[in-house]
Design a protein around this ligand. Structure first.
Ligand code: NAD
Length: 268
């Protein structure tokens, strides 16, 4: 895809680039290609793996560690980012998710509820924490755009997605609720993008992921949406071309969410 400079002069923070497969990595690259100045961030442990530093080098930007569950980390991140980028922010991507119960292979009917709370904190409440800090610090420019990545398990039952389904339902609800307040404060937009299954570290942690990936690909008339196309969609949401879009959960899934029956699935 040719870049068109539609984010020229805009400043943003991209959360969740862990390695070359992360959806956030694609979004960061697309934003820079479109002319944005960005700061990358991830959990302190992610910095030990090195992927984020090499991406920062490649894109000539700063990478700041922040645990999304810790308010002080978020405050420091926002203040430092505004300092580095030279002003208030125009966009933020929340591309963060992790389930302790999925990671520890607990069945949905036998979940550890302490872990569930931690899962909700990392995967959903962190979105509220981030927006609350940005709201208090007045860190967003007028018509700024905040996007979080979601999944259709928020609306429909996908048994192996486990407690991440409730995490995404909560995440999408925060987008609607905070979207109201942020629109009133400074015309800031808040949306979630409900993305197709994508081959990443978080994605492949889900049981039976590669079979399911193939199923979703057949079920979607356009096929699964790739991380690259997700990045391109996020760019449009950060741009001035979507200024009146807010409080939405936007499907970016090749048509999966509108399908009832796909003949392709029957062709074995
Ligand atoms: N891969 C898929 O199939 C798929 C589909 C729809 C939505 N999503 C969503 O996309 C987002 C990005 O996931 P991905 O698939 O690129 O996988 P990924 O594993 O590359 O990204 C998840 C990120 O969350 C970060 N993270 C975890 N705990 C954190 C914490 N406490 N503080 C800060 N960061 C933390 C990880 O370090 C990692 O960078 C997630 O919200 C995920 O649920 C993924």
């Amino acid at each position: 895809m040719m870049a068109n400079g539609i984010l020229k002069g805009k400043r943003g923070i991209i959360f969740g680039a862990l390695d070359e497969n992360s959806i956030a990595t694609y979004v960061a690259e697309a934003c820079v290609a479109e002319g944005a100045n960005i700061v990358l961030t991830n959990a302190p442990v992610a910095f030990r793996m090195g992927g984020i530093q090499s991406l920062a080098e490649k894109l000539s930007c700063e990478a700041i560690p922040a645990d999304v569950t810790i308010m002080e980390d978020l405050e420091n991140l926002l203040l430092q980012s505004m300092n580095i980028l030279g002003g208030k922010l125009d966009f933020m991507l929340h591309s963060v998710g992790m389930s302790l119960n999925v990671r520890k292979k607990k069945e949905y009917t036998d979940l550890n509820h302490e872990w569930m709370l931690k899962t909700f904190d990392i995967s959903a409440i962190s979105f509220h924490k981030l927006m609350q800090q940005a709201y208090k610090l007045d860190a967003m420019n007028e018509y700024g755009s905040i996007v979080a990545l979601s999944y259709i398990a928020a609306q429909r039952s996908f048994p192996d997605y486990s407690e991440m389904a409730e995490s995404k339902a909560l995440l999408e609800s925060f987008a609607r609720s905070f979207g109201y307040h942020f629109a009133k404060k400074g015309k800031v937009r808040v949306n979630t993008v409900s993305q197709s299954p994508t081959m990443t570290t978080a994605g492949s942690g889900v049981k039976g992921f590669s079979d399911f990936f193939g199923y979703a690909d057949k079920m979607s008339p356009l096929g699964n949406a790739s991380a690259q196309s997700c990045a391109e969609y996020c760019v449009t949401l950060f741009s001035d071309y979507t200024r009146m879009v807010t409080m939405q959960n936007l499907y970016h899934d090749g048509g999966f969410s509108s399908m009832g029956m796909a003949p392709e699935i029957l062709e074995l």
